[in-house]
Design a protein around this ligand. Structure first.
Ligand SMILES: [Zn+2]
Length: 267
């Protein structure tokens, strides 16, 4: 069995060893952990599970070998597999925090005996960690891409369009609605690129390419403060390559440079 790994959190920050260049979670060589933990939860119900999420007590002092960094600070700095484990740990902690009581009758919930779920002993309702699907779309027009900025973005940053899937919608309808609302153009040839778990706090990003069909850009002025067509050789500041939006923009530019036969080729 592999060594135990502890994904340690406090106030939304994660604990890593200073001497760990790959920012791995803390492994078993830390005898003081149990006395410093508010809670230690297994990250799966698999009996072979070796991964644990730990909420550290506010007064615990991990020592000079460790440092706290924001969860977001891991994006692009660690491999996807490790980042997704940190994300899963964060989502398990969040889910535990918001489902301590039954939303229907108010009774205290308990852990499901065999599944990653909380159940209400009084009315038998159950709650699984919630995942919110969100679409990300890169609209292309020949050698140009439609990039937009939200007022929430870092100054100067432009990215793909994005939006949450609403009740009753297919992913395709979400794409068309978001694009119509945010920039008021029409698209064609929607192609799936890939997905990325995004634990802030529990989105699943579904990435798509779409081709421009018709219309002029009219921004909504609320979710989008600016949008335009950008040539692939003259891009503004774009998201980190650790994000699915950053990957899609780079992938399309690489495709135009001749490095990929198709932007959705997964090599
Ligand atoms: Zn209940």
């Amino acid at each position: 069995m592999q060594d135990k790994r502890f994904f340690i959190f406090r106030h939304g920050r994660v604990l890593v060893r200073k001497d760990s260049p790959d920012l791995l979670p803390v492994s078993k060589e830390w005898p003081a952990l149990e006395s410093m933990a508010e809670s230690i939860l297994p990250m799966s119900k698999d009996p072979e599970n070796t991964d644990f999420v730990v909420q550290l007590r506010p007064d615990a002092e991990p020592g000079a070998d460790f440092e706290w960094i924001p969860l977001r600070g891991l994006v692009g700095r660690v491999d996807d597999d490790i980042f997704n484990l940190w994300g899963k740990a964060s989502q398990i902690l969040h889910w535990q925090k918001i489902h301590r009581y039954c939303g229907t009758c108010g009774a205290e919930t308990v852990d499901h005996p065999s599944e990653q779920a909380k159940i209400c002993p009084a009315c038998s309702l159950s709650w699984y960690p919630r995942i919110s699907p969100c679409v990300i779309v890169l609209i292309t027009r020949g050698e140009e891409m439609l990039l937009a900025r939200s007022p929430r973005f870092t100054e100067g940053m432009y990215s793909t369009l994005a939006g949450f899937v609403e009740p009753g919608e297919s992913v395709e309808s979400t794409l068309r609605r978001e694009i119509a609302e945010e920039v008021a153009i029409r698209i064609k040839n929607i192609r799936y690129f890939g997905s990325q778990p995004w634990p802030f706090p529990g989105q699943l990003m579904l990435g798509f390419f779409a081709e421009y069909s018709s219309g002029e850009i009219h921004i909504d002025g609320v979710e989008i403060s600016d949008a335009g067509w950008y040539h692939f050789r003259n891009l503004p500041m774009i998201p980190d390559a650790g994000t699915i939006a950053g990957r899609m923009i780079r992938r399309y530019a690489d495709h135009l440079e001749g490095r990929y036969p198709s932007p959705i080729d997964r090599r």
